[in-house]
Design a protein around this ligand. Structure first.
Ligand code: CA
Length: 228
């Protein structure tokens, strides 16, 4: 899951970036409005965190320009002032939520998660590269070819794809797919992930299901965590 963070205060940006990366998100930053707008328009992000008081172009202008250009990425606005006018203006211009500085990191994380859930819940077809999963018919295809999945494999794939690009721990998968609320302590999750990997990656050059040893798994067309 890729997040663009547009924030000019280096300290705040580092704090947010560090926290989000630790949660398994991929974060890119921009330190002024113009650069942020350019990045948002040139790449696909799953989420944008946008400060309002920014050099070169303020957050309201960036927001307006993105929405006018048809960009529908969920945007969380950070406002230094708690003035309701700012908040109203931000929401009017198409922000999905706002947070007033200073805030606790957990509060930011909760907002990000809740907006992401709202976003992915509304999607019927999940896509990562040429892998597609229809959440209504439960049909999976890779490069157009159907992949037969057992119900557990389906549950696992849907969970990984809904969290596309985000690192999922073995415990999270065990809880989601088997309902275990504890570390199963066996290699059952690994066994299933390996089966699933064979089914989705074996016939393609590009590998999508990645393992980060000792940490967990994620689905992405890029190796997001190779240096960790
Ligand atoms: Ca600022």
């Amino acid at each position: 899951m890729r997040i663009l963070l547009i924030e000019d205060e280096a300290k705040v940006a580092r704090f947010i970036q560090k926290g989000l990366v630790a949660e398994g998100y991929e974060v890119e930053t921009a330190s002024d409005g113009k650069t942020g707008e350019k990045k948002a328009k040139s790449a696909e992000y799953d989420f944008i965190i946008l400060d309002i008081l920014l050099p070169k172009k303020n957050g309201f202008e960036v927001l307006q320009s993105l929405r006018k250009g048809g960009n529908k990425t969920p945007i969380l606005v950070l406002t230094a002032r708690s003035g309701t006018e700012d908040i109203v203006q931000g929401l009017d211009l198409g922000a999905d939520d706002y947070l007033t500085k200073p805030f606790a990191f957990n509060e930011l994380l909760a907002r990000v998660r809740s907006l992401m859930r709202r976003e992915t819940r509304s999607k019927t077809v999940l896509k990562v590269s040429d892998l597609q999963l229809n959440t209504v018919t439960h049909k999976a295809t890779r490069n157009g070819a159907t992949i037969d999945l057992t119900s557990r494999e389906y549950a696992m794939l849907e969970f990984l794809m809904r969290n596309g690009g985000r690192l999922i721990t073995r415990q999270q998968l065990a809880k989601e797919v088997w309902g275990f609320d504890f570390d199963p302590g066996t290699n059952i999750v690994d066994v299933y992930v390996n089966h699933l990997r064979k089914k989705i990656d074996q016939k393609s050059e590009k590998k999508l299901l990645h393992t980060v040893r000792g940490r967990g798994y994620y689905i992405s067309d890029k190796e997001v965590f190779k240096n960790m």
